[in-house]
Design a protein around this ligand. Sequence first.
Ligand code: BTN
Length: 255
Amino acid sequence: MDSDYFFTGQESLEETNKLLPRELDFHWFPRLDSTNALAQAEPWPQGAVIAADSQDRGRGRLGRIWQSPPGLNLYFSLVYYPTLPRHHWGGFSLATGVATAAVLQPFVPGLGLKWPNDLVSGGKLGGILLEASGDKLVAGVGINVNQQSFPPELNATSLKLCTARNWRRDRLLASLARGILGSLNSWDQGRFEEVINDWRKLDIVLGKAVTATRGGEVIQGRALDVGPGGELLVEDEVGVLHALHSGEVTLRVKA
Ligand code: BTN
């Protein structure tokens, strides 16, 4: 099974639906503005997976662009209609990260998660962008798969660079979509501790000295834990506890 992820020259991304269970409804596009934008724009059913080979305006966090060249990486969005009340929705982001990491961890040495939702192994291997509108949640996932060079300012890496293998994007996408749906269901069914505990095991900032930025505010302190809503708890240098629901953290001393 493991070697199924590696390239055999027969990747068929557009036929990923053949690898998916019935709860997932796969829609593939050669080129889109953004899979998240299309997932938001139309009334897709529960479990719709919108994937593209390339994106012209891939959305990153904090209004950034997610560079999305063709033929190399994975860009997809999963549509989910939670039953939980809105104040619990923050945790769906942790659930997506944990499920993504679980698929990749057996192959990627030192894989971790960096709050709020970066997949890292040395550099940034992937990113997750959750967007909500009305009763719909869109979990957008970008993974650097077979790309081998990146602009240095991105501090990015890829599965190819981490493992020295070419990856089959169709099989990887099928495993990720299945895992993410299962993890979203776990959170939606109230299995909060399970998801948060899995997150704690992977988070590379917990217990470390960090600089956190939230809007224009800069907090220097120690990342203590993630709270029940997925917020990062940072104790600053005078002992005040801050709960971050958005923003970014950097390690002050590189691990
Ligand atoms: C981040 O900034 O780390 C989050 C990046 C999320 C990128 C993915 S690619 C697929 C999906 N569609 C988008 O437009 N963005 C997300």
